[in-house]
Design a binder for this molecule. Structure first.
Ligand code: PMV
Length: 337
């Protein structure tokens, strides 16, 4: 055993895409159809520890204090199998993960979860990976996790279409994006913290397979990404927000046109969207984005965040509102093992 730490603990934060990942070109390798770009948040961290258990015949996984089972367990065991194969080490592991994201609410708990697991498992199994390789590894657990390896803003490259599976696997990863003078906040409006009706995996597949709007959105999304990079560099919050909002609404349009339709947006979602429009009419730059759930994330200036949060609170009296700022990348916690 070459330098396996044997155990490691890592922490990672969720990210919210401003240019969305929607649709895979390879389900097994988790290769996306389009590039995407996100902001990693400073709220809702996931902390995950991995300890090798050489005498155990199976992996033991605990999520928020409860033994994992079914699909959640299978995805983690599959991910550990990949790490074991790369490390050349067959040992089973004990995984303990504490997640502060409202699970399954379209707030990307899988992004922080698999980013933390990738960093902790790589260290525990003695894989010496740089940030790019860790991002590619996290991608195999959940696409959006590739971006949570990095703090601030990150772009996830779909990678070239040609070449071998190994080449494709190696060339799809995230990296940091340069940003100008921007002091952004994301106001997260949790209108419904329940689990989603359709998993993002299944919804993506159905959209790519059946939606006549998918291809046009994918094409326009590549153009959105180019404009978004320029807007971020220029520190132009209005342009960043406008591009993010149209990209998200376009993604939801592709789902609404799928057969049968996938609809994550609820009446409460639309109420929040109305409040965002009113904020803009009042001269506050505020722009909405939604993922695989009814919750709304409102991008605004840090100085306007309290006012935006208040407006959103009034719009959804029962809902919870959180103010997030750009947060750190995934990292190992020291003093372990
Ligand atoms: O990583 P997944 O499979 O949970 O996909 C997440 C997809 C969206 O959150 C809807 C968009 C994105 O880019 O994060």
């Amino acid at each position: 055993e070459r330098g396996t730490a044997g155990r490691a603990t890592a922490v990672a934060h969720p990210n919210i895409a401003l240019i969305k990942y929607w649709g895979k070109r390879d389900e097994h390798l988790v290769l996306p159809r389009v590039d995407s770009l996100s902001m990693t948040l400073n709220v809702f961290p996931t902390t995950t520890s991995v300890r090798l258990a050489p005498r155990s015949g199976s992996d033991m996984v605990t999520l928020n204090g409860r033994p994992a089972a079914g699909e959640a367990l299978r995805r983690i065991v599959d991910f550990l199998d990949l790490v074991r194969e790369r490390a050349g080490l067959a040992h089973r592991a004990v995984v303990d993960s504490e997640n502060t994201v409202p699970t399954g609410a379209g707030l990307a708990s899988s992004a922080s979860g698999f980013a933390a697991l990738a960093v902790a498992a790589a260290a525990a199994y003695g894989l010496d990976l740089d940030a790019t390789a860790l991002s590619g590894l996290a991608r195999r657990g959940s696409g959006s996790a590739s971006r949570s390896v990095f703090g601030g803003f990150a772009v996830w490259h779909a990678g070239p279409d040609a070449g071998s599976a190994e080449e494709a696997d190696r060339s799809s990863y995230a990296e940091p994006v340069p940003v100008g003078d921007l002091d952004p906040a994301l106001v997260v409006a949790v209108v419904d913290a329940g689990p989603k009706p359709v998993s993002s995996r299944a919804a993506m597949r159905r959209t790519v397979d059946t939606s006549p709007l998918y291809e046009p959105w994918a094409v326009s999304s590549q153009a959105d990404l180019i404009e978004m990079r320029a807007a971020l560099l220029a520190g132009d919050i209005e342009a960043v927000g406008e591009i993010a909002e149209r990209n998200a609404l376009g993604m939801h349009a592709t789902m609404l046109a799928a057969r049968p339709a996938v609809r994550y947006l609820s009446p409460a979602t639309l109420t929040v969207l109305d409040s965002v429009l009113r904020l803009r009419q009042d001269g506050i730059p505020a722009y909405a984005t939604m993922d695989a759930g009814p919750n709304v994330k409102v991008l605004c200036r840090r100085v306007d965040a309290d006012r935006v949060a208040e407006a959103v609170c009034v719009a959804v009296p029962g809902g919870a509102v959180h103010i997030a700022e750009p947060g750190p990348g995934a990292r190992l916690l020291h003093g372990d093992g």
